[in-house]
Design a binder for this molecule. Structure first.
Ligand SMILES: NC(=O)c1ccc[n+]([C@@H]2O[C@H](COP(=O)([O-])OP(=O)(O)OC[C@H]3O[C@@H](n4cnc5c(N)ncnc54)[C@H](O)[C@@H]3O)[C@@H](O)[C@H]2O)c1
Ligand SMILES: O=C(O)C1=N[C@H](C(=O)O)CCC1
Length: 257
């Protein structure tokens, strides 16, 4: 593994980065950001059907593919000793345990999996977690472009889990809801007891509102990504950090702190 300093410019030069999903909406943006970063070098830009072994020369692989292929990519990275930064969604608790198992056999490898690399989105989730114990009601409304494959979004699912955990720790029960008669789906998905509503519309990129309510007041915490450029500072931050963070890091929070 290459020896590099904190900025990535070590005796062996810039951080060698491979991008998986390079022709996708995020992949194109990540390739551009890596090429523009003075301390990084794009050594492989791979998409479906390409030979993955071209990424073996990378120190860090960035994966923005699809939930059905990401685990296979990640397993390959860990086994090849390539650190991984993963933005692809679909990580259930079981999938994360699977990644931990692979990492146990390669403890020097680092993996960062973040449902959202937008700094504003990371703060929105932190604020929502902090507010959670003060409000009896909470619902999440996420809005995305219509070509998105998964619903609800990884960000909304992650936010809901964090809110549910904070509510449980505060001893809050289920949010009040008298609904008896429901058109299926009208009340959204139930993620750990938190209702999540997924909107898809042309013109949107990635947006989320967390709506809290209690007697006489509501609090809305909202984040908007209008452009995929919003994710790039977080992706580059993770690429720089992952080499010195062996094991699994979930979310960008520990890197921001
Ligand atoms: N964490 C974040 O901040 C963040 C931000 C945006 C999107 N996402 C997530 O990233 C993922 C990708 O989003 P997108 O909008 O770029 O999707 P996309 O469909 O535009 O791109 C996915 C790309 O992966 C490629 N691909 C499929 N199988 C592959 C394989 N086996 N190897 C290499 N490439 C393969 C596809 O051909 C495609 O080019 C989604 O899960 C999305 O939810 C996360
Ligand atoms: O465009 C997408 O797809 C996005 N996916 C992530 C999610 O599911 O939360 C992050 C936001 C954009």
């Amino acid at each position: 593994m290459a020896v590099t300093d904190e900025q990535g410019k070590g005796p062996q030069g810039p951080i060698r980065v491979a991008v998986l999903g390079a022709r996708g909406r995020m992949g194109v943006e990540v390739c551009r950001a890596v090429e523009e970063a003075a301390d990084m070098e794009l050594v492989a830009a791979l998409d479906q059907g390409d030979d993955r072994s071209a990424a073996a020369g990378a120190e860090v692989a960035v994966d923005f593919t699809t939930p059905d292929v990401v685990l296979d990519n990640l397993r390959w990275c860990v086994e090849a000793g390539v650190h991984a930064v993963v933005g692809t969604t679909g990580f259930t608790g079981r999938r994360l345990d699977q990644v931990r198992d692979w990492l146990a056999a390669r403890p020097e490898v680092g993996v960062v999996i973040a449902p959202n690399f937008g700094i504003g989105a990371v703060l929105m989730m932190q604020f929502a977690e902090r507010a959670a114990r003060h409000f009896e009601s909470v619902e999440i409304i996420e809005q995305h472009h219509p070509r998105k494959l998964d619903a609800p979004s990884g960000t909304a699912t992650h936010t809901a889990r964090r809110i549910a955990q904070a509510r449980a720790e505060a001893g809050l029960g289920p949010a009040p809801d008298a609904t008896k008669d429901e058109v299926p789906g009208a009340r959204g998905a139930d993620v750990d007891g938190v209702r999540v509503h997924a909107v898809r519309a042309t013109g949107l990129v990635a947006h989320q509102e967390v709506l809290f309510g209690t007697a006489g007041e509501t609090l809305t915490i909202r984040h908007d990504s209008y452009d995929r450029a919003s994710f790039m500072p977080g992706v580059l931050l993770a690429v720089r950090a992952v080499r010195t963070r062996p094991g699994l890091t979930i979310g960008l929070d520990p890197l921001l702190d």
